[in-house]
Structures are given as structure tokens and as C-alpha cells.
Design a protein around this ligand. Sequence first.
Ligand code: HEM
Length: 444
Amino acid sequence: MKNYSLPPGYNFLQSLMRTYKQVKNPIGTMEESMKIYEGTYAVDLGARRLIATQDPGFIDYVLRSNHKNYHKSPIQTEELGRFLGKGLLTVNGDYWLKQRRLIQPGFHLDKIHALYAIIKQTVDNFLRTMPEGKVDVYPYMHKLAFEIVINSLFNIEVPQTTRDQLSDFINEVQEFVIKDLRQPYKSWWFKLSGEVERNLQRSRTARRIIREMINTRKQSGRKFNDLLDMLLDARYEDTGEPMHEDQVIDEILIVLIAGHETTANALAWTLYLVANHKPELEKLKSSTKNLSLTEITTNEQLANVIKGSMRLYPPAWISDRMALSDDAYGPFTYPKGIVIILFYYGLHRDEKYWPNPDSFIPDRFSKENEDKRKPKAFYPFGGGPRLCIGNNFAMAEMAIFLQTMIHAFEINPTDVHPKANPLVTLRPNRVLLDIKKSRNSGTN
Ligand code: HEM
């Protein structure tokens, strides 16, 4: 066998032990290893070899400068793909590029502008139902993020039962995928007990519901300026043909899953941080009064607070890529097939790139501080050609929500502090805040 010069790391037995420890405490275990091996280490699990890194140069190499040599690993494509189909998030290679080229224009800033009013309406309606007192805001943010994404996809009355069915499907598939990933030794049991089939059945039901909505839309002959119109109107450059109906369904399911929990987590962490940093909250309030929707989505303070929150709690705290052929980075050489784990959470809190790494300081992201920031050290939306396609949409919806929320409610901390629960996304376990409608809030 060829001699590779892998990064320093763990031998087979140590790797097995680390993996066991990591199931219990993924972030802590990785942070510990990153300290020992200075930001990049290897794990040897026999047939499966991994490199984990929080080195911004290495991450940039994999995501951007040599991206052609990397695909997403089967965990991201096959595992999620069997329930969600073949949409942008779950495919690789030529098909991914073809779909990305087709869909990308629909997410440009000028296109998503048309969705701001839908988002604002959804937020206003939602905040009218928000309870007061000591409230765990996480489930509310989860529901709100789903409402925003479903209303932006289908800018028509979607009946509550349909919303509930789709939301349950997304949540259940996600729960199952996490369970399957964490307990791979139980895969045979999940098959035998019918759990896999139950989830596949749910997936078929979700697809049938979406198909009916698409048909209703096509028959109506009307335009709604929403994401569904964008998907139906998109044409492949070479053939001028639209997507097949099944492809549209695949992409809708992907938008539902990719745009839901990530946003919910970012919103909940952001509320927690501003509640616990009163001077930041007051500064934000005074600089965001009476803004138009366009002003909200371009407001620097709102964006900086959201970035500050996603630096500390990146909803996509980790990702991976698999090398398609032997490759090298710096002093390391490694074989085809090796999986590179990109530990964004670790990089976002690495003091080499972020002084006072654990502090919430939104001003780090201000234009004046641009020169002081180290490049390539911030990956809330990933990077390179597979950068989150919904990043502008996500920043806009978060800004609209945050601006509305801080003026409509007084937000105070409690002595309960959430723990970060690193599942597929970085979920807070409980975000207990003390909230009260502001006088003149206009939300009652
Ligand atoms: C705070 C909210 C969000 C965060 C933190 C986030 C983060 C990410 C990240 C890190 C990736 C890249 C994954 C990788 O490279 O392995 C990604 C991809 C993606 N995201 Fe987002 N996302 C958010 C919101 C959204 C929204 C609102 C949508 C849709 C409306 C969306 C749709 C997608 C899609 C379709 C992809 C796959 C793109 C591709 O591979 O070409 N995301 N997201």
C-alpha cells in the first residue's frame, strides 16, 4: 500500500474509544482532540478513515480551491436521500451542478425581495399568538421557521392539517436519521421492526400531498410569486425544459428540511444572547426603530447580531466531504475515499482567529472592524460552490423576525441557560426567557 503522510492522530483502538466518547459528547471530545493535535487530526476506524480539521486553510481547500476533488459523504446523500429524494442537498456531481444552475437565480436578492412581505406577515401573525411570561422559546422558533418556509413556498392558504402533516414528516425523518446515525449497530433492527418502512411510507404521503398542491397550482393558472412558482418556472439552459414533477417535489422537500431547523436554532440562540447582553439589545433597539422592510434586511446592526450568534452557535456546526482521489494539503497526503470532517464550531471559537472567542461581540462583524478580522474563519453557511443557496433568504427572515420581536416584546433572561445539543444541527435544549408584550407593540 502507498505510504501516505496522514495528520497525527489516533490509532485503531484509540479511535474506537474516541468514537464511543464522542457519541456522548461530540463537541467536547472534538475540542479536546483539536487542542492536542493543533487543529487537524486523523482517526483510524479500519475500513473508515477520517481527518477532522478546524484549520481555515484546509477547510477552504476542501470547500473551494480544490472542491472538484470532493463530494459529500454518503451520510449526507444516501441516508437523507432515501427519505427526501434527490434534491440539491442530497446529490453530488453533474446532477447537483445542473440543479444548482437551474435553481440559483430564484434565490438571488432581487428575487427573494418579493418574499419579504410574506415573511413579515407570517412573523406578525405568529407573534400575536406568542405567550408571555417564562417561556421556552425554542419550540416557538421551530414552528415559526416552518411557517415562514411553507408560506414562502406556497403563498396560498395551506390547510392546517396539511401543514401539520408536512411538519410532522420533516421532524420524524430528522429524528430517525439522527437515531440511525448514532446507533449504526441497530440498523438491522430498524429495518426488521418496520421503522424504516414507516418512514418511507411517511415520505410517500408527503410527496403525494405536495403533488396535489402542485397540481392545484398548475390548474389555477395563476401566479403567486412564491418559491413554488420559481421552481415551476425555472428552465434548463440547454433544453429550455422545466423540471419533471418529481424533481420539483424533491427540491421542495429539501427546502423544507434545509430551511427549517437551521433557522429555528439561529433564532432561538440569538434571542438567548440578546436577552443576556442587555447593552447589545438596547443598542439594537435604538438603531432599528421604524425601518422599512428593505431597510431591515440591509441593516448592519441586525446582521452583525445574527452573525455574532451564528459564530458562537453555528446551526450547521459540522459538515463533511469525501476525497474522490488521493490528495494533499500542506504536509499531509491522504488516500481517495477518506472523509474530511469540517469542524466549523471549533474554528468559530479558535482564539487564533477570534480574540475572546467565547464572548458575544456583534461589533466584530462591523465594517470598521473588517481589517481586524481574519479571513476564511467564518462558515455559518458553508463555502465554495455548495454555499447555502438560501443564505440571503435566511439572513432576511432572521432580520425581519429579530427587528419585529425586539420592538414588540421586552425580552429578559432567566437563570436557566441552554445547553447546545449537537444533532444534525446545533439545537439548544431549552431557551427559557422572560418575555412580555411591549406597550404599543401592535401585536395584540
Ligand atoms: C440560519 C439558517 C441556515 C443555515 C445556518 C444554513 C446552513 C447551510 C450550510 C452550512 C449549507 C452547506 C452544507 C455543506 O456544505 O455541507 C447549506 C446548504 C443548503 N441550504 Fe442552508 N442554511 C440555512 C437556511 C437555509 C434556507 C432558509 C434555505 C432555503 C430556503 C436553505 C437551503 C439550503 C440548500 C438547498 C442547501 C444545499 C445547497 C447545495 O448543496 O447546493 N438553507 N445550508
